[in-house]
Design a protein around this ligand. Structure first.
Ligand SMILES: [Zn+2]
Length: 998
């Protein structure tokens, strides 16, 4: 946000002063040690820890490249190369100076460009502790819109590089800017990484005031109810933000800079005032802080462009303040600060839940960004699942001449997790740059996967890339897939290879666009399986036409006519092949089922070819009831779309809704439409209900033959703005549920100022509501914001188009458009959510397991081949695991990745919380020998979450806490892994990380 600096008469004086300061600083270190040991009692001097830092967004107003090289400065004067170059120079001048380095996306790029002599200097600075890596991930990830696997991946990438280059393991979390904080950050991306402390700025303004009054800004955060005190972390919340106290920013060329002028021979000497101001600011902060240690974050956004300006002024302040002797100033880092806090033996308040939602003013709830840029959020999520699957395929292939082709996605994926990237709060041109990086990375990985699959399924394991030409279809969601749409030649088959990245068998429906109506589908053993053709609706056809041209520049002359639907069963971490051919004669064709307007003779229409039935009112065209014949759950549920009118600022408050902020104009949203025209498509495998809610909201509900949930695909957009009204679109499911906790904060009594926006929470995987009998669960395909504003309601925000900027920095209205042939129209967002109803306490299994399936869909590859020759040289179906072995339902492989040092990274996650499900919230076992089948593990080392230290070497620090010091139930955790039996135990929510050698 915003930053906080003695000309001396003669050269001799400079040298003298510097020497004095250096001596003084050494004395300061000794004094600090004394002071911190003395703090247990009263009376120790106040220590002001100056932590020099620069907050370097990995893309925001400018692209990541522009920030690095310092171009496009009319938007923002910022050049990270300048910062890193000048910080190293400035640190080398005085061994007392320190600096924290955060974003590895920038640092690693800079490091790779340095000559050996500079690298040698940096190594010394790191070894001596002058440079401390904090956070150490590729970026400072967002905490609301990111998937936890992406958080782990991007942190691991940075941590392993720091380990390799400097043999250092970061010990402090530095999430200073994200817009609210998740408990997952505390226990998983904190304690489980081996961090001792976590530092950040943004919490709700009401919460901050209360915490200042109670000296409760610093807490022991026990973010996991399952792990309690075993995964706690000391958490330091800054009293204002991550800038220095007013007047203590020393960024070069800053108009407000007040340099420290301590030369008595010259004019404008200000040393007395500067010291007085320093002491006053320190005491003010000490009044809201426990112990006699306070931290000043000495830096701001893209600061230290000329680092000497900051360090020169801090050198002088430290010297004169310590001479003054009222308080003690020192260069510090988060780890030194945390050690001082720990030694003080103070007791700290305990914090349990999230710091969401975040508001920095009465009408400024940062809950809009949970849903901002929904298609980019989806794109990041798709690539996340794809990256996971591709790394598995790379592993299965073994070390090959292909090399580590999946690394093309590690940098774009790392960058995309930044708190202005996936959050949807970067400028449009920067968001386009993120997308471009992901697309380029993904296309390289796709090429690698195509070749790898060819080798992998080849019976002799030889890579005849000239023989098989696989292709994949990243635009399948808009019904664009050239290889399935093209005509299947008479003697040939369209071969569909489905790879299953999950550790258990699954049987999912595959839908591919085709043009032929006489098709038969055979499984890998040659038997014909049921298939169904469903007419592609005009909304999808138009969408495909427009977006294929806009994204690929290709004119799709013949949009596909049908979806071919069939069920594919694929073994765990393996593949299966399906053969689609034109049928000769009759008998086994898939049958075409076209849409029919439902007969108006009945009041209700029931649809669903399987155990789940949904009933729709014909009069209103809307959902009325969900019935599950397996569980017997029968619930009246309605669903509709609404939109909130974006507030543009009013007489009460000029705050507008925008990329960050959600501020609706009224508390009651406008209904999209009623009644809704309804079309039903029936068939043996799938039933579809098509609802046109209005001219810009279309919905298809899909019910499958043997599935107990509904899949709901919405297409929203372009959101009209010709009425000059910004719109924030939600879907809402309604049942008469009892009281939902609302206007409630765990830690303080909330003063309600925004009854809608203040009750929005980030949803990453899913959300459910329950009454005394039933649960209604929804899984989402991307991060969204969700709430329950009225009893009985569950709403999800799916799309936003806003005409004003919300004045929180991005300085652009959130008005996404797509342009083609010189004209632009509002972005259409398509997505899917999944709905299930259960008896109370029975929903967790579906949410946890199906949630994995949503995140990790089949990876589909297509090719046209002659059936017999294909079968003669390929293995149609195989699994990495031993036959009849699969992972238990409560475990997922969240990482399987070959690393460049010859080891393989494996992470296993227990998917259930303690007490979430009586059957699955238990210790579970994974037999690695069986899971890895023919590959034999020669060596196994358990590590911390980011794989930069051995688990056995992780140090845990105990903290004293106030109030209820009960640690809760002792968490169930797996024991050490025997190197012979190689059985891994996992307790609820446990994620275990291993480095394997084969
Ligand atoms: Zn930032």
């Amino acid at each position: 946000m915003a930053p906080p600096a003695l000309l001396v008469l003669v050269a001799v004086a400079v040298i003298t002063a510097a020497a004095t300061m250096a001596r003084q600083a050494s004395a300061a270190r000794a004094a600090f040690a004394v002071a911190s040991n003395a703090t247990a009692g009263a009376g120790g001097k106040l220590n002001v820890h100056l932590v020099p830092h620069s907050h370097d967004d990995v893309g925001w107003l400018k692209t990541v490249d522009q920030y690095y090289v310092g171009s496009n400065n009319s938007i923002q004067r910022a050049c990270v190369m300048n910062t890193l170059d000048s910080v190293v120079d400035a640190l080398a001048r005085n061994p007392d100076r320190k600096f924290v380095v955060v974003e590895q996306a920038f640092f690693q790029r800079w490091w790779a460009e340095q000559l050996p002599n500079i690298q040698a200097i940096v190594r010394k600075l790191v070894a001596s502790g002058q440079i401390e890596f904090v956070n150490g991930g590729w970026c400072m990830h967002d905490e609301a819109a990111v998937h936890y696997i992406d958080m782990i991946d991007q942190t691991t990438l940075g941590h392993r590089m720091i380990k390799k280059q400097f043999n250092k393991t970061p010990s402090a979390g530095w999430q200073i800017d994200p817009f609210g904080h998740s408990a997952v950050q505390a226990y998983l991306l904190g304690a489980e990484l081996g961090f001792n402390s976590l530092h950040f700025a943004r919490i709700d303004y009401q919460d901050r005031e209360r915490r200042k009054a109670d000296k409760g800004l610093e807490v022991i955060w026990r973010g996991s109810r399952t792990f309690g005190s075993s995964a706690q972390i000391f958490t330091n919340i800054f009293p204002v933000n991550y800038s220095p106290p007013d007047g203590f920013g020393f960024e070069v060329l800053d108009e407000d800079i007040v340099p420290v002028q301590d030369d008595l021979q010259q004019f404008d000497n200000n040393i007395k005032e500067r010291v007085n101001d320093f002491v006053a600011a320190a005491i003010a902060q000490a009044n809201v802080t426990r112990t006699n240690h306070i931290m000043w974050t000495m830096g701001d956004d893209f600061s230290y462009q000329y680092a000497e300006s900051w360090f020169r002024n801090m050198d002088k302040l430290i010297y004169h303040v310590n001479k003054d002797d009222r308080v003690h100033a020192l260069y510090s880092t988060p780890s030194i600060y945390t050690d001082a806090k720990h030694i003080s033996n103070e007791s700290w308040p305990v914090k349990y839940d999230d710091y969401f939602p975040y508001a920095d003013a009465k009408n400024a709830y940062w809950t809009g960004y949970y849903s901002s840029r929904p298609t980019f959020k989806r794109y990041v999520r798709v690539q996340s699942g794809y990256y996971l699957a591709a790394r598995q395929i790379e592993f299965l292939l073994g070390r090959s001449s292909l090399g580590l082709f999946t690394t093309s996605l590690e940098d774009p994926m790392g960058i995309a997790q930044h708190h202005d990237a996936v959050s949807g709060t970067a400028k449009q041109h920067t968001t386009d740059d993120y997308s471009k990086r992901l697309a380029l990375g993904a296309s390289k990985v796709e090429k690698g996967v195509n070749i790898a699959l060819t080798c992998l399924i080849n019976s002799n394991r030889t890579c005849m890339s000239s023989v098989v030409k696989f292709s994949q279809c990243p635009l399948l969601n808009i019904s664009y897939c050239p290889s399935t749409e093209e005509t299947i030649l008479a003697a040939k088959n369209l071969v569909v290879v489905a790879y299953n990245p999950l550790g258990w068998d699954r049987s999912e429906f595959i839908r591919v666009p085709v043009n032929d109506e006489n098709l038969i589908v055979k499984s890998s053993d040659g038997t014909i399986i049921d298939s169904q053709l469903v007419e592609v609706d005009s909304v999808s056809r138009n969408l495909a036409k427009f977006y294929v041209k806009a994204y690929l520049g290709i004119i799709a002359d013949k949009p596909p006519r049908y979806w071919l639907v069939f069920q594919a069963s694929v073994p765990p971490m393996g593949w299966n092949s399906y053969y689609i051919s034109r049928s000769i004669g009759t008998g086994h064709n898939s049958t075409v089922y076209v849409a029919t307007m439902v007969s108006p003779s009945n009041d209700m229409v029931e649809v669903g070819p399987g155990p789940l039935k949904m009933s729709f009112s014909l009069a209103f065209g809307q959902l009325k009831r969900i019935f599950n014949s397996v569980s017997g759950v029968d619930l009246p549920i309605e669903q509709n779309f609404f939109w909130y009118r974006s507030n543009e600022g009013d007489t009460v408050d000029s705050q507008a809704s925008g990329a960050y902020i959600f501020r609706p104009n009224v508390t009651t949203p406008t209904i999209a439409s009623s009644p809704v025209p309804l079309k039903v498509i029936r068939g043996p495998l799938i039933n579809e209900v098509h609802q046109q809610f209005n001219s810009w909201i279309y919905q298809v509900t899909r019910l499958y033959k043997n599935k107990e949930h509904a899949e709901v695909e919405y297409t929203i957009g372009p959101i009209p703005i010709d009425d000059d009204i910004g719109k924030e679109v939600i879907t809402r499911l309604t049942k008469t549920w009892p009281q939902t906790a609302r206007n409630h904060r765990e830690d303080w009594g909330l003063n309600v100022t925004e009854p809608v926006a203040g009750n929005y929470y980030p949803v990453n995987l899913g959300v459910y509501v329950a009454d005394e009998k039933y649960e209604l669960s929804i899984l989402v395909d991307r991060a969204v914001g969700a709430s329950s504003i009225q009893d009985g309601e569950l709403e999800i925000m799916l799309h936003r188009r806003i005409l004003r900027d919300d004045n929180k920095g991005v300085d652009e209205p959130l008005g996404e458009v797509v342009c083609l042939d010189g004209s632009c129209k509002g972005l259409t967002a398509r997505g899917t959510y999944y709905v299930k109803v259960d008896k109370l306490g029975h929903g967790a299994h579906w949410r946890r397991t199906y949630g994995q399936q949503v995140y990790s869909p089949y990876l589909l590859a297509f090719t046209h081949e002659y059936e017999t020759s294909w079968k003669s040289y390929n293995v149609a179906k195989a699994s990495m695991m031993d036959a009849n072995y699969s992972l238990p339902d409560n475990v997922a492989i969240v990482t399987l990745q070959n690393l460049d040092d010859g080891t393989t990274l494996l992470r296993l996650a227990h998917l259930f919380q303690a007490a979430e499900d009586p059957r699955y919230s238990v210790i579970t076992k994974v037999e690695l020998r069986k899971a890895f089948g023919k590959r034999s593990i020669k060596e196994l080392t358990e590590t911390n979450l980011s794989a930069n230290q051995k688990k056995s070497e992780m140090k845990k620090v105990d903290w004293r806490v106030t109030g209820n010091t009960e640690n809760g139930p002792i968490p169930l955790k797996g024991g050490p892994v025997d190197s012979e039996s190689l059985v891994v135990e996992l307790g609820p929510m446990e994620i275990r990380t291993f480095l394997l050698k084969f």
